[in-house]
Design a protein around this ligand. Structure first.
Ligand SMILES: Nc1ncnc2c1ncn2[C@@H]1O[C@H](COP(=O)(O)OP(=O)(O)OP(=O)(O)O)[C@@H](O)[C@H]1O
Length: 566
């Protein structure tokens, strides 16, 4: 059953709270059932009928007396009111507990997915579309949450229906059997609608992903869009996607509403038939018949609700599939497990690459092939080569972000394995060509590398990175850099990123085309400041341009995935 899939999520998250929901649901159902039964003698007494000893009213009256309560209208009314109040309290408790567990579970799923993605291997992450995961984290998990809420409601309604059935059976077994039969037939008739709801759910999943992608790409490439004057095209695509989403949602509403309309007619016909059979053929007592009709009138919309809840659950199920699929794939591609506070790996002698080959997964296409080289510690190594030759892949390999298909990397003779890869990364600072800055102040962007750095340390790092321009900004370190650092020039962004890298006192500093956006003057200043670090740490500088390379102790030339030292 589909709703058990959602409930088992709740159970795994908190068995205690799920059990509490189940207990309160059953209790609320029981109080309602007893309340309904109490109506029988109440109605009988209101009709001034003497409850004959064989009638239901008398039996319920005797039950009440067994509990030491006088069988009078007044006391039955009091119990009835008490039961309603008790049920209200139980319902309140259940609502709070189920809302709490839903919110907790949603947060848990989000952080679990987020952590799984953050902890996944770089190679696997490279093959993913970011917008799919944004859509999963935002839309799909919201739909799963709706599924959870509906499945709790589903459970509540099933328990209530079961108790209604018991009360109805106590009043008349044949009438209950007829009602059950009609229920089964109605459920069979509505089955086709369920498979349609499942299909629509899957389509909605895809429509959400496409919408997220269009938004991400449209806003990410907004500058190019403006230059090309393509705003209308993006708007059109967005409108088409929204139309598609609207159609999917309307189609789902239509499926549900059609079933609802059909159901109402069936129930009206059934109620009429029920009354006639009860009165003319089974000669039921009026009070029993009234309660039966009351139960039926309550059960029918609840039964209908169960059907539409199944539709909603089937509609939400693809989101659950998508989540489990991502989680299991991310699990299979988990990076080195976080071992807590690990000491950074020492680097005093050599980083050695021995017969390293690596492919991004394309058959026979090697990004690196049979590379053997040494990178001496506390020296500067330059890596040069044509675009696409494999320089960045080599840097990712040295940082332990990519794992070689064959060959091994050793740090001071110690092989880089999944056990020490994370510790190794702690010793490294990396400045890429496209630096990443948060939409935050320069201070916070720097502190991201070392939380405990004081203003003196920040200032020193900025000076080392030739980023003194920060001191001339009106807000200085508190200047907010804008989305991705958009309020700074490309060169300023790179210098902030370099300062951030310096702040962490790395053992290995990798600059991947990190000075490419700088003018010659600033590039020379950075080269000079890097020069002052010479001997204190190991540096790998990837680049094409002379100034950054000319002071290197060794130059590695990469060509179509092979490397020569010279
Ligand atoms: N994520 C990826 N998936 C598949 N192939 C990739 C991926 N990244 C790089 N490649 C391929 O691997 C090869 C080496 O790429 P790499 O980025 O290492 O080159 P590079 O020398 O750093 O280039 P550039 O100087 O242009 O940055 C190229 O053929 C490239 O197409």
């Amino acid at each position: 059953m589909i709703f058990t899939r959602f409930l088992s999520l709740l159970w795994r998250h908190s068995p205690r709270k799920t059990a509490l929901i189940f207990a309160t649901t059953t209790l609320a159902g029981l109080t309602e059932g007893i309340g309904l039964l109490l109506l029988v003698p109440l109605l009988a007494s209101l009709q001034s009928q003497s409850a004959d000893s064989g009638g239901m009213a008398a039996r319920v009256g005797q039950m009440v007396q067994q509990f030491g309560v006088p069988n009078t209208t007044k006391s039955i009314v009091m119990i009835f009111v008490g039961l309603v109040a008790l049920r209200a309290i139980i319902d309140y408790l259940r609502s709070v507990v189920s809302q709490r567990i839903q919110l907790e579970l949603m947060d848990d799923l989000r952080s679990q997915t987020f952590a799984a993605l953050l902890g996944a291997q770089w190679k696997w992450l490279l093959g993913l579309r970011k917008s799919d995961h944004t859509s999963l984290l935002l839309n799909d998990i919201a739909r799963i949450s709706q599924g959870l809420s509906v499945s709790i409601q589903f459970l509540v309604n099933i328990v209530r229906l079961a108790i209604y059935l018991l009360v109805a059976a106590a009043l008349s077994v044949p009438m209950t059997a007829v009602a059950l039969l009609v229920g089964v037939i109605a459920a069979l008739l509505l089955r086709k609608q369920h498979s349609r709801a499942g299909q629509l759910g899957r389509r909605l999943n895809n429509a959400h992903k496409v919408m997220q992608q269009i938004i991400d790409e449209g806003l990410g490439g907004i500058k190019l869009t403006k230059i090309l004057g393509n705003e209308h095209r993006h708007r059109q695509v967005m409108e088409q996607i929204m139309q598609n989403l609207r159609d999917q949602r309307l189609a789902f509403t239509r499926v549900n509403a059609r079933a609802g309309a059909l159901f109402q007619v069936i129930i009206a016909l059934f109620l009429a038939g029920f009354l006639i059979i009860g009165l003319d053929y089974l000669t039921l007592q009026m009070e029993s018949l009234l309660i039966l009709v009351l139960i039926l009138a309550r059960a029918a919309p609840m039964f209908r609700k169960l059907q539409s809840d199944i539709n909603i659950l089937l509609h939400a199920e693809p989101a659950l599939d998508s989540l489990s699929q991502t989680l299991s794939q991310a699990d299979q591609h988990q990076d080195t497990p976080d071992q807590g506070a690990e000491a950074p790996l020492a680097l005093n002698h050599t980083i050695r690459l021995k017969n390293i080959s690596f492919s991004y997964g394309h058959e026979g296409r090697y990004a690196l092939r049979d590379i053997t080289l040494d990178i001496p510690a506390n020296k500067t190594t330059a890596i040069k080569g044509a675009s696409g030759s494999g320089k960045s892949t080599l840097a990712d390999m040295i940082m332990g972000l990519l794992t070689p298909d064959t060959g091994e990397i050793t740090i001071d003779g110690q092989e880089l394995t999944s056990a020490n890869r994370r510790a190794w990364r702690q010793s490294i600072a990396y400045v890429p060509q496209d630096v990443f800055l948060f939409h935050d102040s320069i201070r916070n962007n720097l502190l991201w590398a070392r939380m405990d750095a004081d203003d003196d340390a920040l200032e020193q790092a900025l000076r080392k990175a030739a980023a003194e321009f920060v001191f001339d900004l009106p807000d200085g370190l508190d200047t907010v850099v804008g989305d991705g650092g958009i309020r700074l020039s490309g060169g300023e962004r790179q210098r902030i990123a370099l300062a951030r890298a310096m702040l962490n006192a790395p053992k290995l500093l990798i600059l991947d085309e990190a000075t490419s956006a700088l003018d010659l003057e600033n590039e020379l200043r950075i080269r000079d400041s890097i020069q002052t670090l010479h001997g204190d740490l190991t540096m790998i500088i990837i680049g094409h341009r002379l100034p950054t390379l000319e002071n290197a102790d060794q130059i590695i030339t990469v060509d179509a995935g092979t490397a020569t030292v010279g």
